[in-house]
Design a protein around this ligand. Structure first.
Ligand code: ADP
Ligand code: MG
Length: 701
């Protein structure tokens, strides 16, 4: 077959004229033969099963019967006419009824010949009838490709109203198979086909459209899912490899004084095995010629900060500068404070740049960055401004990356002629399968171990009506010297209302916890940064016992003495947000608690979210539930939802196939990066066609 044949515009297919072509394009995005061939049925009717008329039941299931039409008549009714045929088999008799299309049926129906009829039956006038049956002569039916499992294609109202029924689509596809003699180019190498025992491409396509058995259908689906995921992974892995071979990064060949003296004399605690492993992975990247592009995943509290710091020390040891960007002011300040302590011990110059840095400090920072006096810079988005220029930025670290857009990420790159090494840290565990697709072009490190001695946080669900009991519990904890967070939702669309909730809540807490005994802080997004910082610091220093806040405290804040997290209107928070909030407690040695307050009215999803939080502390487990509830598009933000434009595979359900596909993509490209081995020719051709015609670049963020 001419390889370009499948790119023929759909109007040239037998049975498709300009009008139908127009509809197919608009309604289903089918422009070419190829598009039609890859319109996969979303379900199948099992037409291997035949019924006798005597076996019919009063259900709305579709049934298939073999019999003969022995009589046909027109019945006048109030509005128009109906055509009624008597249909029999050796067990009984029923009626077939048409309200439209009489002429065609009268002219074409053959009496006393064996037909296969298919459709739903009605119980009417003491007998069964089938309105508008699908019917086909038994002889033709037995030859037809549609004989076993009938495919049901995606459709739209417009299509079916315009007569492009499921049967029409199926017939068009059948025409395509006839035109091509059911031969389609193979797209995978024979070694992959053999190792995975996959159906050949032609066989898979045939059986996805006209399956002869459940078993063949299952194998066809597997093969096509594999293929779809394989080519996406091939694309991502290729991008990753190209990146490594083309983009030269700074090579940090020395591990020198800073790193070593910190490691031997100043480590505040023993590193966990996971931290050690990740630092090793990062060191290896930094020591290689290629630019590092690594994602570091670690649950809240898993200790990413020290990993970031030690990575920066390697940059400094090689005479470079490093920066760390965080999404909020509070978080930047906190990072700055913890790093400052370590930097002082090592004689490293460090500073912080945020929106509230005053002009003279700002000027000084800009100057010292450019002349190289300043070695480490911490900050918010302010780091991205064009005026911020480094002398030699060797490593850029981004904390909590899901809050920064991809565009912002790339802005950091352009701070230098040569892009710095990049480490992205996220505390939002991304299910591995999704990470493979969305961050498939990055290398991933995972800290999957919490520092020792952490107790599991006890999580409970309480209704608003139990608030007094909850307050009593808070008083108990505070009397033991502990501190407490009370968090309110603040969701942009209803900000005014949420703000009122927050203030009402604050007032009721102040009433319940009188100023004679208790100090209460409040922090929310409408406060000036300086006021926020002031309140936050009072809490950090233990001068206040209760922190009433909106989700501004969600990320990163570290107060080990805080042991209770109360989340108000918890039903309004997403799972990952709840998990992040809970991560604010359980940072010290004491038993910590998370109390999720809700009203009695809970949606099914909200119930699942709360139950999940109560039952597990494992961020990855939570992210899997989140993925199931929200779907990958929502989880990653619309930006990345392109990953979802899959025709047949499903990132969640087909996670296993995805893993295998990624493994093979690696294997193929590792041994044959240019796909020039004749063995891989089918892959090379298919890949080129995908890039050219299907624009699979769109899959990638
Ligand atoms: P996150 O991954 O959420 O950014 P942090 O880096 O803020 O976590 O670490 C959380 C807390 O755990 C901090 O107080 C930190 O000092 C402490 N910590 C980190 N690693 C260890 C370790 N290996 N042993 C003991 N405590 C640790
Ligand atoms: Mg952190």
């Amino acid at each position: 077959m001419n390889p370009n044949f499948l790119q023929t515009p759909i109007e040239y297919l037998k049975g498709v004229g300009p009008n139908r072509a127009d509809l197919l394009k608009k309604e289903l995005g089918i422009f070419t033969f190829q598009d039609l061939l890859h319109l996969f049925p979303h379900r199948y009717l099992d037409r291997t099963q035949y019924y006798k008329i005597s076996e019919l039941q009063k259900t709305n299931a579709e049934v298939q019967i073999v019999g003969k039409i022995i009589h046909i008549k027109t019945v006048e009714q109030k509005r128009g006419k109906r055509l009624v045929a008597t249909f029999t088999d050796d067990t009984g008799e029923m009626e077939l009824v048409w309200f439209r299309g009489h002429k065609w049926i009268r002219e074409n129906l053959k009496l006393n010949e064996a037909y296969v009829i298919f459709g739903k039956t009605n119980w009417f006038n003491n007998g069964f009838s089938m309105p508008h049956p699908e019917l086909e002569l038994l002889e033709a039916h037995e030859k037809s490709l549609r004989s076993a499992m009938q495919p049901i294609y995606p459709s739209t109202e417009k299509l079916s109203n315009s007569g492009i029924t499921n049967k029409v689509i199926s017939t068009l596809i059948q025409n395509l198979f006839i035109d091509t003699h059911s031969k389609f180019s193979e797209t995978l190498s024979s070694s992959i086909l053999n190792e995975l025992k996959l159906l050949a491409k032609s066989e898979a396509l045939f059986n996805i459209h006209f399956p002869k058995s459940q078993n063949l259908l299952a194998r066809a689906q597997y093969r096509l899912k594999f293929e779809e995921l394989f080519f996406i992974q091939l694309q991502l892995v290729r991008k990753n490899m190209l990146h490594k071979s083309r983009i030269k990064g700074y090579t940090f060949s020395n591990v020198g004084t800073y790193f070593n003296s910190f490691f031997t004399s100043h480590l505040p605690f023993d590193l966990t095995e996971a931290q050690k492993r990740v630092i090793k992975e990062i060191r290896k990247d930094l020591g290689s010629e290629a630019q590092m592009n690594r994602l570091l995943q670690g649950d809240v509290g898993s200790g990413k900060t020290i990993v970031a710091f030690m990575s920066m020390l390697i940059a400094l040891d090689n005479g470079f500068q490093a920066c760390l960007m965080a999404p909020t002011e509070i978080l930047s300040v906190q990072h700055y404070n913890s790093l400052l302590e370590w930097c002082n011990k090592l004689n490293i110059s460090i500073n912080i740049l945020t929106g509230s840095t005053n002009t003279s400090n700002r000027k000084e920072i800009h100057e010292k960055l450019q002349n190289g006096e300043l070695q480490l810079l911490i900050g918010t988005h302010a780091l991205l401004e064009d005026v911020v220029q480094f002398k030699n930025l060797g490593l850029a670290i981004v904390d909590e990356q899901h809050r920064f857009g991809v565009a912002q990420r790339s802005k950091l790159w352009h701070k230098n002629v040569q892009p710095p090494n990049i480490l992205i840290m996220t505390a939002t565990p991304i299910p591995r399968t999704l990470a493979m697709s969305v961050y498939g072009d990055l290398d991933v490190s995972i800290i999957d171990e919490l520092p020792p001695g952490r107790k599991n946080i006890k999580t409970v669900h309480r209704y608003d009506s139990n608030r007094l009991k909850v307050f009593r519990f808070l008083k108990d904890e505070i009397s033991k010297g502990r501190q407490v967070y009370v968090v309110y939702p603040l969701i942009q669309e209803s900000e005014a209302l949420d703000y009122k909730d927050l203030m009402d809540g604050y007032e009721s807490i102040v009433r319940e916890f009188p100023a004679s005994q208790y100090q209460v802080s409040i922090v929310h997004g409408q406060m000036k940064p300086a006021d926020k910082e002031y309140e936050m610091n009072r809490f950090v220093r233990g001068e206040t016992q209760i922190m009433v806040a909106t989700t501004v405290i969600e990320v990163g804040v570290d107060v080990p003495n805080a042991t209770v997290m109360v989340v108000e209107s918890a039903e309004r928070f997403g799972l990952s947000q709840l998990h992040q909030l809970r991560g604010r407690v359980g940072r010290g040695a004491e038993q910590s608690y998370c109390i999720l307050m809700t009203s009695h009215k809970l949606s099914a999803d909200a119930k699942t979210r709360i139950e999940t939080m109560v039952s597990t502390n494992d961020g990855f487990e939570i992210s899997e539930v989140d993925l199931k509830l929200r779907g990958p598009g929502d989880l990653m933000g619309t930006q990345q939802s392109g990953v979802l434009n899959l025709r047949i595979a499903d990132i969640i359900k087909d996670a296993e196939i995805l893993k295998i596909a990624r493994g093979y993509a690696f294997q193929v490209l590792k041994s044959d990066s240019s796909l020039s081995d004749p063995q891989n020719l089918p892959i090379k051709n298919a890949y080129a066609a995908l890039v050219k015609f299907q624009n699979i670049w769109n899959y990638i963020s």
